[in-house]
Design a protein. Structure first.
Ligand SMILES: NC(=O)C1=CN([C@@H]2O[C@H](COP(=O)(O)OP(=O)(O)OC[C@H]3O[C@@H](n4cnc5c(N)ncnc54)[C@H](OP(=O)(O)O)[C@@H]3O)[C@@H](O)[C@H]2O)[C@@H](O)CC1
Ligand SMILES: Nc1ncnc2c1ncn2[C@@H]1O[C@H](COP(=O)(O)OP(=O)(O)O)[C@@H](O)[C@H]1O
Ligand SMILES: [Mg+2]
Length: 294
């Protein structure tokens, strides 16, 4: 179906770092992710944000999950939050700690592995409505918003949402088949709910749109159909926003670099053996390649 938007094919680049760079110049990312049994999701977001150039990454998770997340990667910091009986972040009990962490953050990456609860639904609504820091919302951040997707229209700062078709179906009420039949049109319509909203509708040929512009990603491969591949994308886009890229540009570069990292990972692991950590490992070469082109 044809959509009335400006089609973008050029991929923005990060630019060269000045010789006197320091980590304060490249953004502090706060990751809110992980729940009982899903420590890996938090680790993948944090590691991919670091591999995408973030100056500093903090990962906050439920108290039983945070020490596990800490064992994956020494280069990010981890913060245990009060948890409920199911091992999920307890909100509003976590609000004071979250306020302190958010004060130190340039961008939030929220959702992978969080789980769903009434407290988490309250937390995500609070983040959308009350918190002024730009954010990437993925996975359970979106599932917890499914009862009130209209709140995204009220966003007063840039928000990037990164649903796969199943999550987009929960947000919009359309079936997965309806979404897949009109990926561009559905993504553009949703993005037009707010001037601050960027939609990244994932899957083969991921669609990125702010409602005015549209990019369809050519990179990536079926080896990326593996658990955690999307968690990696969340960290990539957040890191690029933290480095000062506007949300739409960060989403376009992030999606492109993530797919390229997957293509690089395929050279080593093949499509069958590829796992999400291989995509994290491919990011360094992907950004090197894009830097050389840009
Ligand atoms: N290591 C960890 O800790 C990991 C933790 N993770 C965390 O797990 C949580 C649950 O997330 P999830 O995505 O696995 O489950 P869910 O939202 O029910 O999605 C499945 C539904 O979506 C659909 N669907 C999806 N893609 C589609 C496509 N391209 N095209 C078409 N349909 C598509 C699919 O449809 P189906 O094929 O079944 O018809 C099905 O209905 C979440 O918090 C996540 O962050 C994971 O990241 C893994 C690693
Ligand atoms: N066949 C494919 N071609 C290109 N990209 C793919 C393919 N399959 C999956 N991906 C990418 O992998 C990621 C999967 O994300 P998601 O479904 O959220 O996984 P998870 O929640 O397990 O991390 C998305 O970025 C998606 O575009
Ligand atoms: Mg996902």
């Amino acid at each position: 179906m044809s959509v009335d938007v400006e089609r973008i094919s050029a991929v923005p680049s990060l630019g060269k770092r000045p010789a006197d760079s320091h980590k304060g110049m490249f953004g502090h990312v706060l990751v809110l992710a992980g729940g009982r049994g899903m420590a890996g999701a938090a680790g993948l977001v944090g590691a991919s944000a670091l591999r995408s150039g973030a100056g500093l990454v903090r990962v906050a998770s439920p108290s039983e999950v945070a020490p596990v997340v800490a064992t994956f990667e020494p280069s990010y910091m981890t913060y245990p939050l009060p948890q409920d009986g199911d091992g999920l972040i307890d909100f509003p009990a976590s609000a004071p700690a979250l306020n302190r962490l958010i004060d130190q953050a340039d961008v939030l990456a929220v959702g992978p592995g969080l789980g769903q609860s009434s407290g988490l639904a309250q937390m995500v609504r609070w983040i959308v409505q009350e918190v002024g820091v730009p954010a990437v919302l993925d996975a359970d951040a979106l599932n917890n918003l499914a009862e009130a997707p209209g709140l995204l229209a009220t966003a007063s700062r840039p928000i990037v949402v990164t649903p796969h078709p199943g999550e987009f179906s929960r947000l919009t009420g359309d079936s997965i088949a309806q979404i897949q039949a009109d990926r561009e049109g559905k993504a553009v319509a949703f993005a037009r709910r707010s001037k601050n909203l960027v939609v990244v509708l994932k899957g083969t040929g991921t669609v990125v749109t702010d409602g005015r512009r549209l990019f369809v990603n050519p990179t990536g491969n079926p080896g990326m159909a593996t658990g955690g591949a999307g968690d990696v994308l969340t960290g990539v886009i957040a890191a690029l926003m933290g480095q000062g890229m506007p949300a739409f540009e960060a989403a376009v570069l992030g999606v492109h670099a993530h797919g390229l990292a997957g293509d690089i990972a395929r050279q080593h692991s093949g499509e069958v053996g590829l796992i999400a950590g291989d995509i994290v490992d491919g990011l360094a070469d992907a950004f090197e390649a894009l830097g050389a082109l840009g």
